[in-house]
Design a protein around this ligand. Structure first.
Ligand code: AP5
Length: 214
């Protein structure tokens, strides 16, 4: 691990646009993009032992246990040599405390913590029409950001998929879990947090975020 690496954290409820914005920021700053959701979905699709364990929680909209998540992040950060963005981690107080200890061990500091907020009604709308490329993982939205060809990735030309946890009952459970476990982190990071109102086009939101890097 290089000395003095910095990390940016993205918080916010499911569907607030964390993945969309975190990817844009990573590209803009030339940082690594680390999404725990993507890591877990990859394990599920490869049918690994971790994937089998994660699937049980993910399909119900529940959180994968903290000790499992902390091991994944520790391993990922050990080999990371540049600035990075965390999308979807931490999600509980235990994860945030564990992350602090990983940061101390590896001389990493938190550069910024963004929190995106969007109304519940908008979240359901966004997630019900989200589609993802199984190849390059690009995120689309059939209403606000559709692919050029009918449900095929503009880059890979493969059929887009709907995430199995983007069903209304699972979305509601994920929102409940966010309120119960993850909202506590808004207080934990209160001195660093930058609130971003997430309504508006993804370009408009990105412009708001970019201002914090000038
Ligand atoms: P994860 O993949 O992290 O899902 P999430 O947190 O529920 O967040 P989403 O990916 O659903 O939403 P997002 O905010 O990234 O929105 P996006 O940019 O895609 O986690 C999935 C599961 O894995 C968890 O439930 C849990 O089981 C497990 N897990 C993951 N991390 C874990 C951890 N740390 N601990 C324990 N378990 C963990 O945008 C959504 C849609 O809206 C897209 O279609 C997009 O195109 C569209 N959109 C984005 N921005 C805009 C905009 N401004 N206007 C209109 N549409 C927009």
């Amino acid at each position: 691990m290089a000395e003095g690496v910095k990390g940016i954290i993205f918080l916010g409820p499911p569907g607030a646009g964390k993945g969309t914005q975190a990817k844009k920021v990573a590209h803009f700053l030339n940082y690594s993009f680390i999404s725990t959701g993507d890591i877990l979905r990859e394990e599920v699709s490869k049918k690994t032992e971790l994937g089998a364990l994660a699937k049980k929680y993910m399909e119900k909209g529940e959180l994968v246990p903290d000790d499992v998540m902390l091991k994944i992040i520790e391993k990922k950060l050990k080999y990371n040599k540049k600035g990075f963005i965390l999308d979807g981690f931490p999600r509980t107080l235990q994860q945030a405390e564990g992350l602090d200890s990983i940061f101390r061990k590896n001389n990493i500091s938190i550069e910024k913590v963004f929190c995106l907020s969007v109304s519940e009604e908008e979240i359901i709308k966004r997630l019900s029409s989200r589609r993802v490329c199984p190849g390059c993982k690009r995120i689309y939205n059939l209403i606000t950001d559709p692919p050029e060809k009918n449900e095929k990735c503009d880059v890979c030309n493969v059929e887009l998929i709907k995430r199995s946890d983007d069903k209304e009952d699972v979305i509601r459970k994920r929102l409940e879990v966010y309120k119960k476990d993850t909202e506590l982190l808004l207080n934990y990071y209160r001195e660093k947090i930058i609130d971003i109102e997430g309504n508006g086009s993804s370009e408009e939101i990105f412009e708001k975020i970019k201002k914090f890097f000038k």
